[in-house]
Design a protein around this ligand. Structure first.
Ligand code: AVJ
Ligand code: FE
Length: 402
């Protein structure tokens, strides 16, 4: 299939899903901020359109066609999240999405992609817009969960019985040299360049830490045991009054969590989610283990079969398989590595994508979650958050020295 046709189809498929997601949002929530960290969910739909329009226009050296909407839907410090609640009506957002997409596809049709300009070569601007749309679909899923939490339980789901969970096991990984990162033109700047890395032997969890394992940490007073927490971790815990993963609802009958369509029972073997880096660190301490480095996490992911899995309603329980599994599309896994540039990194297409976050304060997450769109699941993909962040589908996998 030719490249333009391929881009067109992928953009069109992504957009079908985005529009389906928009229709699932209760209209009264489109302009409402349900959490301090987030813009109102309606903003994300315009932002997807604006980002595509912006990069296509930049590539063509054309001005933005609608400066006002271009600003409203920009993720800029001059446009703080409080401003982003003044949104146009849903129909106008949908019009903007349609109009910018039509313009983008017309421009794609007319453009020769066999050129040297890095914004145009092989359709970079369109590919960037596509991957960006996929990423915001996951943010929208996070917001769907938060919206369900605001709405509250419609009915009490049948709880799972939490008697025991799968036995956590570790696999030995031999020392090895592998190619970390990629030179693929359409990878994000932070994944480049490809470079050789040598890793000492280590042990790695065969699956991410499960909800049941986390419940044992709680029972063993892990949250109250100061020696398990770093100084910053303790400060965070006290400030947040954290006693369990933020989105857990526990009553005497069971464990529940809000998914994108409402409250659901937590399966004991599903990966624990919505834990911060501080909590993940304390848990690893409690188990006498540590978080993997991102080098270790990428090394094991290169062995993973590149399954393409569609996003689901929630995580599947992990299985006690031989070898290391659940490497992609299960849960984002915290690593102990700060988000920093690889040697030879060049910010592209703008500093704000990666560089401004490479401040030593953010930590890398790897793997992708059940809510990550399949086209952006890859072993080299780096996600990052501040250590106190626990919204989103974030869990962990343990590692240890060998
Ligand atoms: C990589 C998920 C931290 O959502 O802030 C979306 C991705 N960058 N639009 C974010 C991103 C620009 C980013 N994360
Ligand atoms: Fe964005």
């Amino acid at each position: 299939m030719n490249r333009k046709q391929d881009i067109r189809e992928r953009l069109t498929n992504a957009r079908q899903r985005t529009l389906r997601m928009l229709d699932e949002i209760p209209p009264e929530f489109l302009t409402r901020r349900v959490h301090d960290f987030y813009s109102p969910v309606g903003w994300h739909f315009g932002h997807i359109a604006r980002t595509e329009e912006y990069w296509v226009c930049r590539a063509l050296r054309d001005p933005l066609r609608d400066e006002a909407l271009g600003f409203l839907f920009a993720d800029l410090p001059t446009n703080p999240k409080e401003n982003r609640a003044n949104l146009p009506l849903k129909e106008k957002i949908v019009d903007y999405m349609r109009d910018t997409r039509e313009h983008s596809l017309r421009a794609l049709e007319a453009q020769d992609l066999n050129v040297h300009d890095p914004l145009l070569a092989d359709g970079f601007a369109w590919e960037f817009a596509f991957q960006h749309e996929c990423q915001h679909q996951e943010t929208i899923t996070e917001l769907q969960c938060l919206i369900q939490r605001e709405i509250g339980p419609q009915e009490r789901p049948e709880p799972h019985i939490w008697v025991q969970g799968i036995k956590p096991q570790m696999s030995d990984v031999v020392a090895g040299t592998f190619v970390m990162g990629t030179d693929w033109q359409h990878a994000y700047d932070n994944e480049k360049p490809a470079h050789e890395v040598t890793v000492a032997p280590f042990k790695i969890g065969r699956s991410p830490v499960t909800a049941f394992e986390w419940s044992e940490f709680i029972k063993d007073r892990g949250y109250e045991t100061d020696s398990l927490w770093s100084e910053n971790g303790r400060a965070w815990r006290d400030e947040e009054k954290a006693t369990r993963p933020e989105y857990w609802h526990v009553d005497d009958g069971g464990h529940f969590i809000y998914g994108p369509t409402g409250l659901r029972a937590i399966h004991p073997d599903e990966p624990v989610a919505s834990v911060s880096w501080h909590e993940a660190q304390a848990f690893a301490q409690w188990r006498g283990a540590r978080l993997p480095t991102e080098e270790e996490r990428e090394l094991i992911a290169h062995g993973a079969s590149p399954r393409t899995v569609a996003p689901r309603e929630g995580p599947d329980p992990v299985s006690a398989t031989d070898g290391v599994g659940e490497l992609l599309a299960c849960i984002w896994e915290w690593t102990c590595s700060p988000f920093m540039p690889y040697h030879g990194f060049e910010a592209f297409p703008y500093d704000g994508y990666s560089l401004t976050h490479m401040d030593g304060r953010h930590y890398v997450c790897r793997g992708g979650s059940w809510a990550t769109s399949a086209p952006i699941l890859r072993p080299t993909f780096r996600n990052w958050y501040l250590p106190g962040y626990r919204q989103g589908f974030l869990g962990l996998r343990l590692a240890a020295d060998n």
